[in-house]
Ligand binder design. Sequence first.
Ligand code: PMP
Length: 407
Amino acid sequence: MEQHSRTDVYADRYAARAAGMVPSEIRALFAMAARPEVVSLAGGMPNVSALPLDAVGQMIGDLVAGRGAEALQYGSAQGDEQLRERICEVMALEGVQASPDDVVVTVGAQQALDLITKIFVDPGDVVLAEAPSYVGALGTFASYQADVVHVPLDEGGLIPSALRETLASLRAQGRSVKFLYTVPTFQNPAGVTLTTARRAQILEICAEFDVLVVEDNPYGLLGFDGEPMRALRADDSEHVIYLGSFSKTIASGLRVGWVLAPHAVRAKLVLAAESAILCPSNFSQFAVREYLTTQPWREQIKDFRELYRARRDAMLESLDQLMPDGCTWTRPAGGFFVWLTLPEGLDAKAMAPRAIAERVAYVPGTGFYADGTGHRHMRLSYCFPEPHRIREGIRRLAAVVEQEIRL
Ligand code: PMP
C-alpha cells in the first residue's frame, strides 16, 4: 500500500490491485513537454491533422442526418457486424484470414489489453513482455497484479533463444506463463521489427511450451518500405490473440480498436466487455465504418507513411550528425519511435529535467521496464513535431548529452 500518495486519505480503503496504479513517468513529463518552447520528442501522438478534416466532417454530418437514430443508440457488446467485416479486410493486408465472428471491437487496443488481462491473469501470474515494452501494457499488467518477466530484444526484435531460456527456467521453477505480450512490428518503444525468420521461431517456441501470444499491432500498416509484414496471427490462429487499432491509421480520438481471438476466448472477452462498458461507442464505430467505406483510406495511410518517413529521416540524419560518440540508436523502418542508448554511466532519467531546461523532452527508458531498469535508454518520438522542430530538438538533446559526458 505504501505506493499510494501519503496525502490520500482514502489510501486504506483501496483494493490491493490499486497499489499498482501509479502515474507513469510519461504522463508526468507530458505536462512539462506541452510548453510551446519545448520540442517534445516525448509523446506518441499520431498526426491526425493530416486527415482530410473537411471531408471527415461532411461524412459525420451525413451519418447523423441519415442514420443518427441508430448511430446514437446502444449497440452490441461485440461491436458492429459490418465494421467487423471491414476489420477483417484490413487484417487481410497482413495475411490474416479471420471470421468477423471472432472479432471484438474495443475502446482502442488499450481496452483489449485490459480485457485480455482481466480474463487471464490472477495476481502473481507470469506475463512475459519484451524488454523494453509498451508502457500502457505494463500499466495494465500492474493493475491486475501480474508478475511481468522481461525477455530481451535487439535490432531484429524479440530474441528467440532468450524466450526459450526464460520459458524453460520458469517451467523448472514450476511457474506457468499466462501469455507472451509482444509488439512485433515497429515496436513501441524500441522501433524495431521482428524478422521473418524469428517470427517462425517465436511461434514454434510458444507452441512447444503451449503459451499464448498477445500480438499488439497498431503500427503494422505504417511501414516505410515495401509491403506490410505478415502478422504472427497469419500463421497461428490457435495460440495468437491479435490486437489492432485505428488510432494510428485513422484517428486516435475515435477510440476504436479490436481483438481477434480463438472462438472460446472471444466469447469470454465479449462477456468481460459487457460488464466493463456495455458496448463500444456505436457512433465511433459507424464513423470508422463510413470512413472505410466512403473515404480513400488506403491512400490516406500512404500519406501518413510519407509524413512519418520524412520525420524519421529528419531524426536519423540529425542523430547521425550531432550525437556524441558512445550513443547508439535504433533505425526504425516504420512506426513512431527511435530508442537511444546513452554511453555507460549516463542516466536518461536523471538527465530529463536538464533536457527540459534546455527545451527538449523525451521519455526516459525506465518507464518501459517493469523491473526499474532501463536508465541508459530513452524513447524519442518523431511522429508529431515537424521535421525542422525534430532537427532543433535533436540539436538541443545532443548538446545536453555532450555536457553530461563532460561532467
Ligand atoms: N499498443 C501499443 C503498442 C501502443 O503504442 C498503443 C498506443 N500508444 C496502444 C496499444 C493503445 O492504442 P489505442 O489508441 O488503440 O488504445
